[in-house]
Write a protein that binds this ligand. Structure first.
Ligand code: ZN
Length: 80
């Protein structure tokens, strides 16, 4: 796993831009949903206008093409 990229090194998967805004979203934290009853990502459940993270994840938002996607956080390194 040494060559696995950290979430902060991931370029936009749509346009390749590295100008990506990222926000960590911890499990259980509620935020305002973007769409009513809309699906945001596989890490989030949405009901009415509130969205709740089902697990820790990072939301990436590309400033170049506005694409948004989510990834799991870094996996904790195991002590050798
Ligand atoms: Zn992009």
């Amino acid at each position: 796993m040494a060559d696995q990229k950290n979430p902060c090194d991931l370029p936009c998967t749509k346009c390749g831009s590295t100008d990506v805004m990222r926000r960590f979203w911890p499990k259980g934290e509620q935020r305002q949903a973007k769409k009513y009853d809309g699906f945001m990502s596989r890490f989030v459940s949405v009901s009415c206008w509130s969205a709740t993270a089902q697990r820790d994840h990072i939301v990436h938002h590309c400033r170049c093409c506005q694409f948004e996607w989510s990834t799991p956080p870094m996996t904790a390194r195991k002590a050798a």
